[in-house]
Design a protein around this ligand. Sequence first.
Ligand SMILES: [Zn+2]
Length: 256
Amino acid sequence: MPIHYRYYLVKQIREFTDERLRGYCVYCEQGVSDPTNDHVPSKSLLKKPYPPDLPTIKACRGCNEQFALDEEYFAAFLSAVISGSTKPDDQVLPSAANSFKTNEGLRDRIDQSRYIQTCLDLGIEERMVWAPEFERIQRVIIKNARGHGYYELGDINEVVGCPVSAWATMQENFDQEQVDRFFRMESGLVGWPEVGSRAMIRAIEGHDLQNGWIVVQEGVYRYKVDQGTRVRSILLEHLITEVVWDEDQSDWSGTV
Ligand SMILES: [Zn+2]
């Protein structure tokens, strides 16, 4: 079945969890005196026209600005890998086209991360491989997972501290069984989301849900939050990510 790039209306669902949870920046865990609205995911990972009412959370200005360069790199790198090029006109993400047009340093850097790998054991003599800057990719994956978890569960305690695992891979690196498992997998916990949280409201009303996945933009970005906490996402139907905060939930990542 072809992918339809229809745009779902992601309605910002008002949640009613404890007001005291809202006075902190979920990224640095400090009190927020000068809060900014942080889009999770960042618009750089979406296509135009952007869906209305994108999920936002309050973050301190410092964190919001600090992530901007990593997010630009992440979007540009992902778009280049999927497009097979750093030419602006080839890009699948408009933010990447803009970055490659205006940021020559970034384009050079990503160009230089591409190399030819010989892999006789896969029956392929040569293939093009892109080597990401792992720390930057990981910072963005964890940032997004933290934002999704906080937005859905309404409890900063679910996503504070260092996660026990965080990884991303292109879907093409998985066999069909792994792909099926990634999308089917349910939380091992039977706990209910906090009353009044977005997760509870979605569970009751089904806002933007497709088999439990929250569709920000169809074919472009969707995510799933399990209590525990485990956050999974798939970007552009190619990059899959998982971030886990609870030891008991991390069993699967070891098999990848
Ligand atoms: Zn902060």
